[in-house]
Ligand binder design. Structure first.
Ligand code: NCC
Length: 276
């Protein structure tokens, strides 16, 4: 298989990955009483288009980056899981437009998902690692973590906050792009929140800047900028095919390599801005 160029990879993503979220009309939800809690339209019909967006990875290398002002200057900012801004504004900014959370965060007691103010501003988007190519009903009956129970509870407490759930088809179509562009077989686990969020923003924004997904000169084993915990697997991956995700993003980057080294910054075009 020939190795695709950056522009070819971008076109593949645009053509073959459908960025979508659950809606009440889909089976099995359409026959469930709580389906009306799901947003009537997918996230891509409700949000954007934004001109310029920031995706802020949770990497330890954001610490002492001084990127806060730059990050906040974007029209929309996406953050992940339990990543805070309070106390870290100088390095990560303070604006949060969208928060992408995995179902583990929603379910674990440590994160106090239902009551913590961390989650109550901006738009929430959640995802759960669904089994590969399973249909929605099979997944619904066997989610990794109780995403739907927690979703319903959260919606009752915060009925006005927009809250979407990623369609697992999006996870696995993206996984297939990674696999098809790598020489060796990769683990059958969905991509990390980092890549899911990056591609979500590519469907909502004209330009996407991703911070410290590809590590800068500040590269560190510090897992998160907000926790004193060290593990190189946070940057290189264990469960998620993170190293392969990073390889793909590196190939698609349209900014100078120097920006990665100095700022940990990657520049990607929005899907509406690429001609295939
Ligand atoms: O760590 P996590 O991710 O919340 O980080 C969000 C995204 O930032 C990128 N990242 C993070 C740290 C680092 N040193 N380098 C990075 O590139 C990754 O792209 C990552 O996806 C997840 O993907 O949802 C993940 O969630 C955590 C954990 O569930 C949450 O932080 C809540 O505590 C997972 N950790 C564990 O399960 C122990 C992690 O594997 C993936």
């Amino acid at each position: 298989r020939p190795k695709l160029s950056g522009p070819e990879l971008l076109c593949q993503l645009k053509d073959k990955v459908e960025v979508t979220t659950l809606t009440p009309d889909l089976q099995p939800f359409s026959s469930l009483p709580w389906a009306a809690q799901l947003p009537p339209k997918p996230v891509t019909s409700d949000l954007g288009p934004y001109k310029s967006c920031a995706v802020v990875s949770s990497a330890g290398s954001l610490r002492y980056s001084g990127l806060g002002k730059e990050i906040d200057s974007h029209d929309a900012v996406l953050r992940f899981n339990a990543a805070p801004t309070a106390g870290y504004e100088k390095d990560v900014g303070s604006k949060t437009s969208i928060r992408l959370i995995n179902s583990q965060v929603m379910a674990s007691d440590d994160h106090r998902f239902l009551s913590s103010s961390l989650y109550s501003s901006g738009v929430l988007v959640a995802w759960d690692p669904a089994p590969f190519s399973a249909n929605l009903t099979q997944w619904y009956n066997r989610t990794d973590y109780p995403i739907f129970v927690q979703y319903q509870r959260y919606r009752r407490l915060h009925p006005l906050q927009p809250f979407y759930i990623l369609h697992p088809r999006f996870e696995w179509q993206l996984w297939q792009r990674i696999q098809e562009n790598m020489a060796e077989p990769i683990q059958k686990n969905p991509p990390s929140s980092g890549l899911l969020g990056t591609v979500l923003m590519m469907s909502l924004c004209e330009v996407v800047h991703v911070y410290e997904f590809l590590p800068s000169r500040r590269k560190t084993e510090l897992c998160h900028y907000y926790q004193r915990f060290y593990d190189a697997a946070c940057t290189l991956g264990a469960y998620h095919p993170l190293l392969y995700e990073k390889n793909l993003v590196k190939r698609m980057n349209q900014g100078p390599d120097r920006d990665i080294y100095t700022y940990g910054r990657v520049t990607l075009p929005g899907f509406n801005r690429i001609n295939c």
